[in-house]
Design a protein around this ligand. Sequence first.
Ligand code: 3SL
Length: 252
Amino acid sequence: MPGEGKNDVLVSYTPANFPYYEAEDAIVVVIDILRATSAICAAFINGVARVIPVKTVEEAIAYREKGYLAAAERNGEKVPGFDMGNSPYDFLEEDLKGKEVVLTTTNGTQALAAASGSHKVVVGSFLNLSALCKWLIEQDRKVVLLCAGWKNKYNMEDSIYAGAVVGELLKSERFSTTCDSAIAASHIFGIANYDLYRFLDYSSHRIRLRQLQLEKDIRYCLQRDITDIIPILEGDALVPLRKAPSRSAVFQ
Ligand code: 3SL
């Protein structure tokens, strides 16, 4: 039971568990630190206009055949024939500014699809951590943090990030939780926070990406607060959230 007058914050460690969190009225933060939600934030940092997440490679091919730019990753690797994979650096290319990009990934876009019936769906990464927490605190609504995990199994980096968000929301005193996965996530963040890169050294996905020579991507994805952009799902596409103007801006 949440604390009186406070909003609940919950963590689902995998998309398979997500239906148990009853998130229809909640804001859902989709988290895939390595690398999908970090790559999506990178795209908007670079000025991409819209990212259309799709679940399957076949859907991405159908878009590509209609002339869309399309990115596809499976098991950490770019799917042959696509313009881009899932590296944040793919989305930082100069010629993507103002463009629309279709994206399918092993886990991140599956989590986005799972969340799509919720009140609002936003994208979280270390790149926009503080801006996202500030916005969530302002919304005064239940928050469910949905970790993409790896093929419906728990992963470390997503839960560490979820723990960072839980900690900030609880600190605001506008949230409370009795969700054990949220409490556990905030503990693991407390342990990992001294050096995320080192803490993740033996995590499964870091090992997977290291074998693919993608250490540079990991470094990029673990940077904190390099943007205020919060990607939000509008219809079938992610776009940068347009924040309400502050009172002072309205009355100027
Ligand atoms: O599963 C995903 O959505 C990806 O982020 C995995 S990877 O980092 O591209 O391998």
